[in-house]
Ligand binder design. Structure first.
Ligand SMILES: [Mg+2]
Length: 187
């Protein structure tokens, strides 16, 4: 834990993060008759990644497409809901990624403005929604290339990620490296 004068220092880097096939293994999802996810397992290492980043003072915002109740069920089940400072969910916003409204909602909920875009990353498994959405919005894109269910080959310039990781756990090191760059830039 990053402690200075007994206070956990909040990091400069702001992490927007997707859920399905970024944290939750979509292959394990069980849905009820209304299509709401009632059970789902985690991608190996996602648990440690979220807990570690949270402990180290990284602020994380869930930015995900789906139903509010699905996310409530899943993150209650795995006990990781506390890791998200805010939740931006398409059912509530009214549009899905790559719509800029999803990213704008997350910025507003975290008190971030245009001037903060340089310190925001969007982490996700979907090049069309997460990567292209982030790139067009002007924030840094991180592709988690883990899922066997999605095409990870960019079809256009917008779909090319700034960074690629292959396991959730790798996000810890990347976040620390980006945080370090931001600190250096400030001095
Ligand atoms: Mg996803």
């Amino acid at each position: 834990m990053d402690l200075r004068d007994g206070i956990i220092m909040e990091k400069r880097l702001q992490i927007f993060i997707d859920s399905g096939d970024t944290i939750i293994d979509e292959g394990t999802e069980v849905r009820d008759e209304k299509g709401i996810v009632v059970h789902a397992g985690l991608i190996p290492g996602a648990d440690e990644m979220l807990k570690t980043l949270s402990e180290r003072g990284f602020r994380m915002a869930l930015v995900a497409d789906g139903e509010q109740q699905s996310f409530a069920n899943v993150y209650r089940e795995n006990g990781l809901g506390y890791c998200f400072a805010t939740r931006t969910i398409s059912e509530i916003v009214g549009v899905q990624k790559p719509s800029e409204h999803m990213f704008q909602d997350a910025m507003a909920k975290n008190g971030l403005t245009e001037a903060d875009k340089g310190r925001i990353i969007m982490v996700g498994n979907n090049i069309r929604k997460d990567v292209a959405g982030a790139n067009r919005f002007g924030i840094t894109s991180v592709l988690l290339d883990w899922s066997p269910r999605y095409n990870m080959v960019p079809q256009c310039e917008d779909e090319k990620p700034d960074f690629i990781i292959h396991h959730p756990i790798e996000l810890i090191q990347l976040a620390e490296a980006l945080e370090h760059k931001l600190e250096e830039h400030e001095q």
